[in-house]
Design a binder for this molecule. Structure first.
Ligand SMILES: [Zn+2]
Length: 302
């Protein structure tokens, strides 16, 4: 297994195999890529682009893909996935970021959710395609990913929502189409609590069965603006890590605003000496790899 730190700030956290930097987040804010890190880019979720071009927002019978539309779970504004100017700019940006870092991990590289997008351009494209609505959406998403693949010379990892059953109907995402272009998948399993690890283990097992490329999962440690009472405990994170690991996934990333928050988590994990010993009974080699990782952190947090 590989273990990674998934960061908002351009700094490497000690004690990980890979370092993923959020160079463009869903607000639209961008920071320069870093040569020794992988780069994470949010594509269609982009508040700034929607602010500049209100007519670019994704449309549906249940309203636009705007933060606050209670019919969906939108935490940001989302651009229509066929918007040609946005696509072109993002492809150029992806190519540049790839050149200046170790590769590109994409987020929100698909339609906003079920029923999207019904803007005039999408309706026109759908009608001309002769395809069913769902197959047309899949074609649009897959074609965009094939264009991304032509621009990315290094590693391309496609993040997906933690929905193993309805991603086709909701986002136009076909996992087998994605597997043709992706070097790996990253399933975002962000939650401010992992109190019920059973569900996350089940999802990890489902994705490992479905996806035809290596599978990473990303867990939430400490986001920008969080306080210590907002975030999962070290015990929860250790438990969910070993339970996901034993499903056979290929790696785990830990999301944090900066290296100091990662270090706080590492220290809290290292301090759970008895708890770590109890987790040894949870499984074989993959569980031991997680526990060995924590052991390797002992010298970092001293
Ligand atoms: Zn549209």
């Amino acid at each position: 297994m590989k273990f990674g730190a998934y960061m908002y700030e351009p700094e490497k956290a000690e004690g990980f195999d890979l370092h993923l930097l959020r160079v463009k987040i869903e607000t639209g804010a961008r920071i320069p890529p870093v040569a020794g890190m992988h780069s994470n880019i949010a594509i269609f979720a982009d508040n700034a682009a929607v602010h500049r071009h209100p007519d670019w927002i994704s449309q549906s019978p249940l309203g636009p893909a705007r933060m606050g539309n209670g019919r969906f779970n939108f935490y940001w504004d989302i651009v229509c996935a066929t918007q040609p100017d946005h696509r072109a700019e993002q492809l150029d940006y992806i190519e540049d970021v790839d050149r200046h870092s170790l590769g590109v991990w994409l987020n929100s590289q698909y339609f906003a959710d079920h029923g999207h997008c019904t803007c005039p351009r999408c309706n026109e494209l759908w009608r001309k395609s002769g395809l069913s609505w769902l197959e047309w959406r899949r074609k649009e998403v897959t074609e965009f990913i094939s264009q991304v693949r032509e621009r990315v010379k290094k590693e391309l990892v496609l993040s997906i929502q933690p929905d193993p059953v309805c991603s086709y109907e909701r986002y136009g995402v076909d996992f087998d189409d994605f597997a043709k272009y992706a070097d790996a998948f990253n399933v975002v399993m962000f939650s401010k609590s992992y109190a019920t690890p059973w569900y996350w283990e089940m999802l990890a097992r489902a994705f490992k069965k479905l996806l035809k490329k290596p599978v990473y999962v990303s867990l939430y440690v400490f986001g920008p603006g969080d306080s210590a009472k907002d975030v999962p405990s070290a015990s929860e994170l250790l438990t969910v890590s070993v339970r996901c690991a034993r499903t056979g996934i290929d790696g785990i990333l830990y999301l944090a605003s900066g290296a100091s928050q990662i270090r706080d988590f590492q220290k809290a994990a290292v301090d759970k000496v008895e708890f770590r010993a109890r987790l040894e009974s949870y499984g074989g080699k993959p569980v031991q790899e997680v526990l060995d990782l924590v052991t390797s952190w002992e010298k970092i947090v001293e």
